[in-house]
Design a protein around this ligand. Structure first.
Ligand SMILES: Cc1ncc(COP(=O)(O)O)c(C=O)c1O
Length: 294
């Protein structure tokens, strides 16, 4: 596994004991604050537009939640845990090396744990995302850093519930100790599937090219139908707007038989966007293109 992470994402300095399989990353994200022992006195920072499970995780632990994309929004507060997600669900935004370096330096100075959800790291189109464990971000020091990786997207293993968390060996060790006593072990065959998937670079490339082709037809179709496409430089989604409330856009698309997620699901700043997934089959994507350009 460690060799695959170095080959694919340039993550150096990991040992096998710094990598822990999880039962899909949703479970890890939802339980991480609880497994870390966070509670009412602790603050968890989540991106302003985000996959809802970061918030779920903080709530399950009874911790406080702050929605923030920049450190200045935190003021003098010192959170216990900061979630970042690059490439982002839902926007497809990629955080650059400078942004991540600054976050890591700030977190390190304060003893804050950073959990970087990197489940779309391999799916990039117009920008090159980087892992928080990449030496250009962390100088090879994984202290206080966790990278969360899912096999659901890069290898289509969603039904297997296959993912892993890697990084700070002490934190990973602590998570393993708690999780094994809580019965949160990943079955051996699923662990074998994770290893097989990480060793199968040809399949990963094929997947990426499939999504690239779908994006290549769907993105211009949305633009020619009068949509503005924001971010969407990586990941599995187009983040689009018609400059109107998202529910109106969802309705407009539904009349054409196209299903999109209202941006407000992901936070108030998404109120005028919708999220369009590239996960439909090629045939369904082609049908959506026809309907948008008719
Ligand atoms: C940003 C993000 N993180 C984590 C997950 C969870 O993926 P899984 O539980 O299948 O590993 C998803 C799934 O959509 C996601 O979008």
């Amino acid at each position: 596994m460690v060799a695959a992470l170095e080959r694919r994402y340039g993550i150096t300095g990991l040992t096998e004991s710094a990598v822990l399989p999880v039962i899909g990353t949703k479970e890890l994200i939802a339980w991480l604050p609880t497994l870390l022992g966070l509670g009412a006195d602790d603050l968890v920072v989540v991106p302003e537009l985000a996959y809802p499970t970061y918030d779920v995780g903080a709530r399950l632990a009874g911790a406080q939640v702050l929605y923030a994309d920049s450190l200045t929004q935190l003021g003098p507060q010192t959170p216990a845990l900061v979630f970042v997600n690059s490439p982002s669900n839902p926007t497809g935004q990629v955080l650059g090396v400078d942004h991540l370096r600054k976050l890591v330096g700030w977190a390190r100075d304060r003893g804050v744990l950073v959990a970087s959800d990197e489940c779309y790291l391999g799916l990039h189109w117009d920008a090159e995302p980087v892992s928080v464990l990449h030496p250009s971000v962390c100088d090879g020091d994984h202290t206080g850093l966790l990278a969360v990786h899912s096999l659901s997207k890069s290898s289509s293993l969603a039904g297997y519930r296959a993912g892993f968390v890697a990084g700070d060996e002490a934190v990973v060790g602590e998570l393993l100790a708690v999780r094994k006593h809580a019965g949160m072990m990943v079955p051996r065959p699923v662990q074998a599937a994770i290893v097989a998937a990480l060793d199968d670079d040809a399949h990963e490339r094929e997947q990426r090219e499939r999504y690239r082709r779908r994006r290549g037809v769907l993105l211009p179709a949305f633009q020619s139908a009068g949509f503005t496409v924001d971010h969407s430089e990586a990941g599995l989604y187009l983040w689009v707007t018609r400059g109107e409330p998202c529910r109106d856009t969802v309705g407009w698309l539904a009349q054409r038989g196209i299903l999109a997620a209202p941006g407000e699901f992901y936070g108030p700043r998404g109120a005028r966007h919708v999220r369009v997934a590239l996960t439909a089959t090629d045939e369904r994507i082609a049908a959506a293109v026809d309907r948008l350009t008719d």
